[in-house]
Write a protein that binds this ligand. Structure first.
Ligand code: SDX
Length: 428
């Protein structure tokens, strides 16, 4: 029996069906609102209460701290799966058989060359360029070298574009980092696994053989899994809305990278480490920074804290915090910044300001500590987030196209001038 929502305006009643998801979430279907009411619309800045789509990819429960990809818990996937398996799961909906995974891996490896002329575009950037701006540009530039990735209406064309970007994106990310360090650019080694090859492309030295480190690669694999998707967040919504105009996959991803760059979103992992470093240089005075975060007149925010959906804890932050402790101890690294982070969290989690506003450490609060331990430069942290989120963006874009969702075009309430006559400049 479909539940009904009733809206009353000026004594007129309007009824709208309530849809129920597989996790019992309820949504008022207002598809006919403007037609039924003669043009009344809704207003919801930041879409805090608005669902943009029905999706079968990721389920979040912000109250219970639940995160599942295609029904599998993030805790199980982080422990038992590898990143390429999770890419397949998110994009195609099922964990792959070994044959399916083998073919997926092979198809990706066959596409891991990037047109050498792309290096000329990379050469155009100053070394001071932020890696996220470079990566967004290179992702868009890839279209010129892969014109078949634009009009992907058939599932086959979609699959080709998907394996292409999964193959080339890590190369572009590694090139972006190495260019800033004036290191030679290479394509890694197709005999290695997906994440191991990413690490090799980023860190191999031209004058010595590459030694894989299992602790490092396992930590990287787990971090990429934890960042792989997160339902309709800012950058994913960007990928979906750009893709809804039938712009190609690479163009949609390029827009998503730019959205992720912002410090309120994926850029927070870089901002967290910069904040922790500033606190360390300031003598570790966490009380001072907690006070700044609470001061309405101070623009300072406790980066890595708070979340639009999670109001008890971010399950990813729990896993990453434990992994940070393990990786630093396995690698024999003493990083005072981890102690500052833990001290800051301890104080904030007892402080009324944060408790009342349900602000807890999010995915970005501890991740930078692991990236640092793995030798990744701070300004590359959000690129690492993008590498993890790539399969989620792809899965969401593919679902939107396969479901033939309409072009995204929100409405507004106009608050500007009413109609007025033009005044000649001589009379102004
Ligand atoms: C990601 O959406 C996703 O799923 C994103 C993500 C993903 O995987 O895709 O999880 C990744 O983006 C994680 C978030 C990374 N951002 C940060 O860590 C930046 C710091 N956090 C905030 O700026 C903020 O918490 C947001 C942006 C994350 C969420 O903002 P909301 O939901 O819009 O909440 P809000 O800004 O309306 O804040 C509510 C109150 C306000 O105070 P009051 O006006 O009620 O007095 O909480 C305060 C805010 O000032 N507040 C903070 C704070 N975050 C919120 N105060 C101090 N420090 C903070 N970090």
């Amino acid at each position: 029996m479909t539940k009904i929502a009733t809206l009353e305006i000026d004594g007129n009643k309007y009824e709208f069906p309530i849809i129920k998801g597989t996790e019992d979430e309820l949504g008022i279907d207002i598809k006919t609102l403007r037609a039924d009411t003669g043009g009344v619309t809704t207003i919801d800045p930041g879409y805090k209460n608005t669902g943009s789509c029905e999706s079968a990819i990721t389920f979040l429960d912000g109250e219970k701290g639940i995160l599942r990809y295609r029904g599998y818990s993030i805790e199980e996937l982080a422990e038992k799966a590898d990143f390429l398996e999770v890419c397949y799961l998110l994009i195609f909906g099922e964990l792959p058989t070994s044959e399916q995974l083998e073919k997926f891996d092979k198809d990706i490896k066959e596409e891991s060359q990037v047109d050498e002329d792309m290096k000329k575009i990379l050469d155009g950037f100053p070394k001071s360029a932020h890696p996220m701006g470079v990566l967004s540009s290179l992702t868009s530039a890839l279209i010129a070298f892969n014109p078949g990735s634009v009009d992907v209406d058939s599932e086959e064309a979609m699959y080709d574009a998907i394996v292409k970007i999964l193959a080339k994106f890590p190369v572009l990310a590694a090139w972006t980092m190495r260019k800033k360090k004036s290191l030679p650019l290479d394509y890694g080694d197709n005999s290695l696994g997906y994440v191991e090859n990413l690490h090799k492309m980023m860190f191999s030295k031209p004058n010595q053989s590459y030694e894989a480190n299992k602790i490092v690669n396992d930590a990287l694999d787990k971090l990429l899994i934890l960042h792989a998707d997160h339902e309709q967040n800012c950058s994913t919504s960007t990928v979906r809305i750009v893709g809804s105009s039938h712009a190609g996959l690479f163009a949609s991803l390029s827009a998503g990278i730019s959205a992720l760059w912002g410090p309120l979103h994926g850029g927070a992992n870089q901002a967290v480490i910069e904040m922790l470093e500033a606190i360390r240089e300031d003598g570790g005075d966490t009380a001072k920074y907690i006070a700044k975060a609470k001061d309405k007149n101070d623009p300072f925010r406790l980066m890595g804290f708070g979340h639009r959906v999670y109001k008890n804890f971010d399950p990813r932050a729990k896993i990453i915090k434990k992994s940070a402790e393990e990786v630093l101890s396995d690698l024999g690294i003493e990083d005072p910044v981890l102690d500052i982070a833990k001290g800051l969290a301890e104080v904030a989690l007892k402080d009324d300001y944060f408790v009342q506003r349900k602000l807890y450490p999010n995915v970005d609060f501890y991740s930078g500590i692991i990236y640092r331990a793995l030798g990744i430069p701070t300004d590359m942290f959000t690129v690492m987030f993008a590498l993890g989120r790539l399969p989620g963006w792809i899965a969401q874009w593919r679902e939107m196209r396969l479901r033939k969702e309409p072009i995204g075009r929100p409405r507004q309430i106009y608050i500007g001038e009413n109609h007025r006559k033009f005044t000649a400049i001589t009379n102004r």
